[in-house]
Design a protein around this ligand. Sequence first.
Ligand SMILES: *Cc1c(COP(=O)(O)O)cnc(C)c1O
Length: 428
Amino acid sequence: MTTLHDCLRLDALDPLAPLRAHFSLPPGVIYLDGNSLGVLPAATAARVAQVVTQEWGTDLIKSWNSAGWFDLPQRLGNQIAPLIGAGQGEVVATDSTSVNLFKVLTAALNMAAADAPQRKLVVSERSNFPTDLYIAESLCRQHGFTLQLVEPEEIATALTSQVAVLMLTHVNYRTGAMHDMPAVTQAAHEAGALMLWDLAHSAGAVPVDLTAAKADFAVGCGYKYLNGGPGAPAFVWVNTAHAERFWQPLAGWWGHATPFEFTPDYRPAPGVTRYLCGTQPMISLAALECGLDVFDAAGRIVPNQSAMQTLRQKSLALTDLFIELVEQRCAGHGLGLATPREHAQRGSQVCLSKSEGAYAIVQALIARGVIGDYRAGNGAQHPDILRFGFTPLYLGYEDVWNAVDQLQQVLESEEWRRPEFNQKHAVT
Ligand SMILES: *Cc1c(COP(=O)(O)O)cnc(C)c1O
């Protein structure tokens, strides 16, 4: 039996504990929703104020050069690269995840149409995040492809000679289940398909090595585990083998080889710059940089391993502890574990299924300062879910203890049945 005393001891021994000081967490809050909106880094407010008052307010248009605005998407891409196993000069921070997915999937469909015109299927997972499926459905309709949705265990058999692209989210947003990226990518390639990964719940959460996996395309999110702020720019990566063939469907002037020659024809810039479309949001990019700087700090703590390896060890310890404590202390209340126990199959979140009251339990927890979220089920195979994200940058073992303690109290008191906890808000 793990005790509160054990948790306090683990915190005292945790080399990553000082990273919490890099964030402004409101007092009295245990934040288990960093998988949906990361917390505010301590440096962000002052940095954004500096961009607004100094770089914009005082230096005005000169800042495109003097403050390094113009190449900030590429510089932030280089900061993201080590978190996802990409090389320098291979990633840019830009646009939203949905828009970046539109760009890379369009490019993938164009490449497939040129190289293997008989392949007319895009395969994805039925429980993928809806925006990914909507973008894919729309592009398939425009380009004469068909979107085929399967369950995770059906992916292998779905990889036929008809498949042009396999498009998956590495860590499932609902369950926290993680795909074996190298194995799935290899299977896609053996079947002759291109492999596109969405890293929305992976970047900054679990180690990713796109290069070793030989993936073709990847996109990911800036406002979840990267703590870039609401609606932060996302990122996009293309395997260097395809970089010159990657034709930007949103061919704007920021992706042009010589934007300030103002030529009437489009010539894509070499390399990653062509993934950009138009003028980039500098205030938002500056905020994202503050989130990324914390990963650099994490990388300096344990010098002989990557930041993500160090963070992963703690993330698994936190999620293991949460599962263990929930099973010890909340048994008999009808909670199920929707997240795989197997480390290799688990992202950085734990999801509990509950047939009745999942939404209200989350609301009651939020009222007690434990912030997780709720995701509606759809059918018997996908029950309602209480979702808890664990960000090792700012969470400790005592936080896990206290969160489960509150969950136990909410369940035993049945306070979640109160009407105020059962009123649905627009954002769940
Ligand atoms: C969060 C998330 C997104 C978000 O896309 P936006 O364009 O930022 O709204 C997309 N895909 C997945 C898998 C996500 O988890």
